[in-house]
Write a protein that binds this ligand. Structure first.
Ligand code: PAF
Length: 280
């Protein structure tokens, strides 16, 4: 497995593989890889001849008051994980490699990005779409793999691929959880011992809604209320949003009467965590 830092080196590897008729899977990440990322890499390795993992903490998807500077990084551990999982190449560019001083072409979507995480992170999806679009053009993969934990991101990227005719397949992969239910996230590393315990309210509140739905409840107002009550019982938690939205349009729904995404974002102390459940 090779670690390269320039676009030209990726292109060279890709040219060779394509000339040999090989398929390429791309797993875009910001590093500090965990079991969730590993599940994406494993799937990509199973479905492609070569797998490129990009590790790039993309500055333009962070807001001014967000955690760009402190975002956890560990290239050595990440490379071990990628190597063991069978990736062929890590693309680890410097920000200057991705964004020249005159960079000015952003991908801006007029639907899907205003609600949910887009409300508190107004320029986030412009940053995500722009970097993912660039990675698609650099790696030219047959398939690219994204976790369902970032459900809005997955919906936005699928839409972008359709709108802009990117020639690849997007594969969404299930959320990977800790034994006690907490969704795996690089940001879990920010949590103190007490916060780690408190963070369970996310998966617990989703499970409360799931149980109510299994028992026949369809009213998203009542479901939201039950989830809110549970989370508000935890003093370290502060709700950013609890939403039930149409899984295609991401517009709020009053009833569970179609494929629905139940998405939540909750601050645990200073750390903002997200989780969700999709009712297909
Ligand atoms: O999900 C992430 O880690 C990032 O948003 C992504 C897709 C790698 C783009 O920077």
């Amino acid at each position: 497995m090779k670690i390269v830092r320039t676009v030209e080196e990726v292109r060279q590897a890709v040219r060779t593989w394509k000339a040999e008729g090989k398929t390429i899977g791309l797993v875009p990440t910001m590093g500090y890889l965990h079991e969730g990322h590993k599940s994406l890499i494993d799937r990509a390795v199973a479905e492609n001849d070569h797998v490129v993992v990009s590790i790039f903490v993309n500055p333009i998807q962070f807001g001014p008051a967000e955690d760009l500077e402190t975002y956890p990084r560990d290239l050595e551990k990440d490379s071990e994980l990628c190597q063991t999982a069978g990736a062929s190449l890590i693309f680890h560019p410097d920000p200057s490699q991705m964004y020249s001083p005159t960079f000015s072409s952003f991908i801006n979507m007029s639907t899907l990005t205003g609600g949910l995480c887009g409300k508190t992170r107004p320029s986030h999806f412009q940053g995500v779409c722009t970097v993912v679009g660039k990675l698609f053009n650099i790696v030219e993969p047959n398939k690219a793999y994204f976790g369902q934990k970032d459900a809005q991101q997955l919906a936005v990227i699928r839409h972008m691929v359709e709108d802009l005719n990117f020639n690849l397949e997007i594969v969404g992969c299930p959320i990977v959880r800790e034994a006690d239910g907490l969704a795996k996230s690089s940001r879990n590393s920010y949590l103190s011992k007490d916060e780690r315990k408190a963070a369970l309210v996310l998966s617990q509140s989703l499970a409360i809604a799931q149980k109510m739905i299994n028992e026949g409840e369809r009213d998203t107002g009542k479901l939201t209320l039950a989830m809110t009550k549970h989370i508000e019982n935890e003093p370290l938690a502060k709700i950013d949003y609890i939403e039930f939205v149409d899984w295609k349009t991401l517009e709020p729904v009053g009833l569970i009467d179609r494929p629905v995404l139940n998405a939540i974002a909750v601050y645990i102390g200073k750390t903002r965590l997200i989780d969700n459940h999709i009712y297909e």
